[in-house]
Design a protein around this ligand. Structure first.
Ligand code: AMP
Length: 282
């Protein structure tokens, strides 16, 4: 496996592959890998001849009060893990090369997709995400890129941007990978103190509860939201950021659930660890 640090070198590698007729698969990440990341990489390997993984903790997608400095990092462990997953290139640029002096362009997807859910709690986050993913697509020139459904709004934003800007990259969504007890895997789970681990289960259990109540015939998202909020708050140290029932493609809120309704949750544990989860209700 090659480790590439410089964007120009990454693009040179990509052009060589294209010349040889090889398909490139890209998995954009912020590192500190877990099984969720690895399953995205393996999926990319099924869809392309060579897989490139980008590892970049993108400063522009973190707000001033967020965890950029504390975000977990372990480059050596990450290298060993991606190598074992059959990845050809780990692209790990430094921020000064991604955003050199004078950098002043932003790719911003419209408020219909970015104004609610995580976009409301994290202003500027999706502009940071769209800009860096657009740059990564231009640098790595993938045929296909794999993203996790865990970041469900991010996926919708990337699909919109890719279509709107004719980026010509096939976007593939990969299901959420979970721990045995249902907790969605996340690099941020490492922030949880042992006594908070149980409270982190409030998200996946709330999804399961929503499904049970919906299966019994409930369709009102207002009533479901009330039940779920109380359920989540019955776990210690939890604070609901949002509980939203939205259409899976448009991300617009719905009053009544149907087969296309996704429930999306964000919950803060212990006042500092913000976790998200989502899934279809029916
Ligand atoms: P991150 O490094 O957290 O920015 O995530 C990189 C990619 O991995 C994104 O496309 C995420 O949606 C995806 N991802 C993170 N956690 C999971 C998970 N538990 N299951 C599936 N995909 C995931």
């Amino acid at each position: 496996m090659q480790i590439i640090r410089h964007p120009a070198e990454m693009t040179a590698w990509a052009k060589e592959q294209a010349k040889a007729g090889h398909r490139i698969g890209l998995v954009p990440t912020m590192g500190f890998f877990h099984e969720g990341h690895l399953s995205l990489m393996r999926r990319a390997g099924q869809l392309a001849d060579f897989v490139a993984v980008s590892l970049f903790v993108n400063p522009t997608q973190f707000g001033p009060q967020e965890d950029l400095a504390a975000y977990p990092r372990n480059f050596e462990r990450d290298c060993a893990m991606v190598e074992a997953a059959g990845v050809s290139v780990l692209f790990a640029p430094i921020a000064a090369e991604m955003y050199p002096a004078g950098f002043s362009t932003t790719v911003a997807v419209g408020a219909e997709l970015t104004g609610q859910l995580c976009g409301a709690s994290r202003p500027g986050h999706f502009a940071g995400v769209a800009t860096v993913v657009c740059k990564l697509f231009n640098i790595v020139q993938p045929d296909v890129a794999v993203f996790g459904q865990k970041d469900f709004q991010q996926l919708a934003v990337i699909r919109r941007m890719t279509a709107d800007l004719n980026l010509g990259v096939e976007i593939v969504a990969h299901p959420i990978v979970r721990e045995a007890d249902g907790l969605a895997m996340s690099s941020r789970n490492t922030y949880l103190l042992p006594q908070q681990r149980e409270s982190a289960l409030s998200l996946s259990r709330a999804l399961a509860l929503a499904r049970t109540i919906a299966a019994e015939g409930e369709r009102s998202t207002e009533r479901l939201t009330t039940v779920l909020r109380d359920f989540i708050h019955s776990f210690p140290e939890t604070e609901v950021d949002y509980i939203s029932f939205v259409h899976q493609d448009t991300l617009q809120q719905v009053a009544e659930i149907d087969e296309k309704t996704v429930i999306a949750l964000a919950v803060k544990i212990g006042g500092r660890v913000r976790l998200i989860d989502n899934g279809l209700v029916l």
